[in-house]
Design a binder for this molecule. Structure first.
Ligand code: MN
Length: 756
């Protein structure tokens, strides 16, 4: 890692561009004061230790102690604008990291060291890496690189989002960088009074535009509220003091109200066997100020100055998520047995937590004094997540999707909506996942997206910091392809749900539709006939047939030909039985008169042009084909994969013409199959029976021989309706015992028709 260039931006050289509070002038300080300060420094350091202790293991406390001593030495002699020794700043940042964010030893060490590389010329990032390891160095480097003063203030919403984006991009390798940066900013805000007024406003604005929203996205509720309150304090001191004073004045009355409200609940909750904490939770000064501004009401008319919070004080196992939810609802029912709830203000964020991880159950109830009161119900774990956000997830490390979010194993990508809202998705997530994360309606109507203003397809994989705008369309709807694009379980289950529902609807519609057509053709609509029709069409299930009908793929004409086929079937029964016996006989193919009159093919966009099917490859309806102009026999239709195609294309390209199949006719196509297998008694009979009796396919010619080595080889000419029909037959034949190989029979010898 290279040393950053931030060193050039020393406070002395760019005093207006920084919020650092370093004072370098020589100040004479008495011995007395110095020893008092030393005691205070040690005192402050002890606080950090105490806050960190519950989470420390192994060498952790050694690492913190070493970082403290290193920073103490490095910042020796430096003072802040306020006059106090500089080391208080990193210690207090470390305390926020340890106490308010409950982070690990690496973060605490990095917090203690966060300013040394930037402020001490003789210390480089390599020194930090050598002394404290890669992770601490990465965080220190990240914190140093994020210079908030690079970002202008008073930006439009989208520019803010852009800033966020850059910021996260710069640090995304380790989220702890952001936490330490936020802690640094929080402490600077707490000590902002020693700066001049202009700087105060600048830093405060930056805080409200960049850092408070960032804390919010990360779910650091406490940090966010404090940053907001401090912002107000420096941009509108009068409003801040005003609200703070009024809150103070009304505190006693409010406490009384809260106590009266809580009292009956306490008893009932205790009876229910729950161990709970219940208290009034004041709203922040900043949010009260906002309410006064936006609703244009005076302080006395703001009723929700606080919410009642009920915390179920119980440790649940990881696999007891449902139990937690259940318990919250039991508490809810006790609350609403006591006070009447407002059904329109019930919010459940447990099944589906908010994007920043917040989980809680909120209701608003009517107090005895006729005042609506918000009640927040949650478990201890949920409360810690609500207060600490993602930081708390470190504590509940093994829990679900937040597990182990560190540099080594980051399992999520962080992306943004056009308005700058942070969305986290599993790594590998695509545009589709994002759309469903926003809202399932948006997912279901998703057409594509703009990522960082560029158009991208649905399957586009998102990267950290991408800003994603989903494009929707009324016509858009999920298809099977979407299942390949979606990576997250949420999107996949929603898409599947949609496709299942859609298929059900189509099947229902198709069934009704087909029943109508059967009635019209005077066919019985019962299950045996339906199954016969299914076999005739060669589908796996009757539902598949209905589905095709629902898609409009089955016409009345199709049903009519099925009827004719049934009629014919009976008449031909006798003949077929006879044929079955003639197994080892060569039957000359019927002259394929029909084919030359066929109207199944369109040549070069024209109908009615004469053609015939080439004998080398025997195309059937559905094969990819082309026309070849012969000298004496007009146009011959060959399959694209005809063994002679390469030769024709290579040598007679100018005689090749395009050909496509028309809408399906009631025509049958003659084609040849080759079967190879081990000879056994009855195999020839089984083959012909399968073809003529089971598949109801007419045999036009048959030639079966057995070699010396007992290999049986048969060439059979059959009439099929189309390629599906043919493939169905091949499949069936393969299942006969002894049969080894079944293919279409094509030949290069019959490469006749060139000159007629
Ligand atoms: Mn700092």
């Amino acid at each position: 890692m290279k040393k950053t260039e931030n060193k050039l931006e020393k406070p002395a050289s760019a005093p207006d561009m920084t919020n650092k509070q370093i004072e370098k002038e020589e100040i004479v300080i008495s011995e007395d004061q110095l020893s008092r300060e030393r005691r205070q420094i040690l005192e402050a350091y002890k606080f950090v230790n105490r806050a960190a202790r519950p989470r420390l293991k192994g060498e952790d406390s050694k690492l913190i102690k070493k970082a403290f001593e290193f920073a103490l030495e490095a910042h020796h002699g430096m003072r802040r604008k306020s006059g106090e020794p500089y080391i208080f700043h990193p210690i207090e940042v470390a305390e926020i990291v340890a106490e308010d964010m409950k982070l690990d030893a690496v973060s605490i060490a990095a917090a203690l060291l966060h300013d040394v590389v930037e402020d001490v010329e003789t210390i480089t990032l390599d020194d930090i890496k050598r002394e404290f390891g890669e992770q601490v160095a990465t965080i220190v480097d990240g914190v140093t690189k994020v210079k908030s003063d690079k970002y202008a203030i008073d930006l439009s919403i989208s520019q803010q989002a852009e800033n966020f984006r850059k910021m996260l991009l710069g640090l995304s390798s380790d989220l702890r960088v952001i936490y330490v940066k936020l802690a640094d900013r929080l402490h600077n805000m707490r000590t902002l009074s020693s700066m001049n007024e202009e700087k105060q406003r600048k830093i405060a604005s930056e805080t409200i535009y960049i850092y408070a929203p960032l804390a919010h996205r990360l779910g650091l509720y406490k940090v966010k509220s404090e940053l907001e309150d401090l912002h107000l304090k420096y941009v509108n001191r009068q409003a801040y003091d005003d609200i703070a004073n009024k809150l103070q004045e009304t505190k006693a009355a409010r406490d009384k109200f809260v106590e009266d409200f809580i009292a009956p609940l306490r008893g009932r909750l205790a009876e229910s066997g729950f161990k709970i904490r219940i208290f009034g939770r004041p709203k922040s000064i900043y949010s009260i100020h906002n309410k006064i501004q936006t609703q244009r009401v005076p302080f006395d008319q703001i009723y929700d100055l606080f919410a009642i919070r009920i915390i179920i004080d119980k440790d649940y196992d990881e696999d007891e998520r449902n139990k937690e939810k259940e318990d919250c609802w039991r508490v809810y029912s006790i609350v609403t047995d006591t006070y009447l709830p407002n059904p329109e203000r019930l919010r459940e964020w447990i099944t589906q937590p908010r994007p920043n991880g917040y989980e809680s159950l909120h209701t608003t109830v009517m107090s005895e004094l006729g005042k609506w009161v918000e009640v927040q119900i949650r478990t201890k774990r949920m409360d810690e997540i609500a207060e600490l956000g993602y930081a708390a997830h470190w504590k509940y490390k093994t829990y679900g999707k937040y597990a182990g979010r560190t540099k080594e194993s980051k399992t999520e990508v962080f992306v943004f909506t056009p308005k700058g809202k942070l969305i986290h998705l599993p790594v590998g997530a695509t545009v589709i996942d994002f759309a469903f994360e926003i809202h399932s309606e948006i997912g279901l109507k998703c057409l594509g997206a703009k990522v960082n203003t560029k158009l991208v397809p649905l399957g586009y994989e998102l990267h950290n910091g991408d800003q994603v705008e989903i494009l929707t369309s009324k016509q858009a709807k999920p298809t099977n392809d979407w299942l390949h694009y979606a990576k997250g379980t949420k999107a996949i289950s929603k898409i599947k749900e949609f496709l299942r529902a859609e298929r059900r609807t189509i099947i229902e519609k198709g069934k009704e539709d087909l029943a109508g057509k059967f009635a019209q053709a005077k066919l019985v609509w019962d299950e045996p006939t339906q199954t016969q029709y299914r076999l005739y069409l060669n589908y796996k299930t009757n539902a598949n047939v209905f589905y095709e009908a629902g898609l409009g793929h089955i016409s009345y004409k199709d049903v009519e030909s099925f009827k004719k086929y049934l009629d014919r079937k009976e008449a031909k029964e006798e003949e077929k039985l006879r044929k079955r016996e003639e197994t080892k006989e060569v039957v000359e193919p019927k002259k394929d008169k029909k084919a030359s009159k066929s109207e199944a093919i369109i040549i070069g966009e024209k109908t009615g042009i004469d053609y015939s099917f080439a004998k080398c490859c025997n195309p059937v309806f559905g094969d990819d084909v082309f026309g070849f102009i012969t000298i004496h026999e007009g146009i011959k239709i060959h399959r694209n994969d005809c063994p002679n195609a390469v030769n024709m294309r290579a040598n007679y390209g100018y005689r090749i013409t395009g050909a496509v199949w028309q809408a399906k006719q009631e025509e049958q196509f003659i084609t040849e199959i080759k079967i190879v297998g081990n000879d056994r008694i009855g195999i020839a009979r089984d083959v012909t029976q399968m073809i003529s009796s089971d598949m109801q396919i007419n045999i036009a010619g048959l030639n079966i021989g057995v070699t010396n080595s007992n290999i049986f080889e048969g060439h059979i000419k059959v009439y099929v309706r189309d390629i599906q029909h043919l493939y169905g037959l091949l499949e069936k034949l393969r299942s006969i015992e002894g049969v080894v190989k079944v293919t279409r029979y094509d030949t290069e010898d019959n490469w006749e028709d060139l000159n007629g």
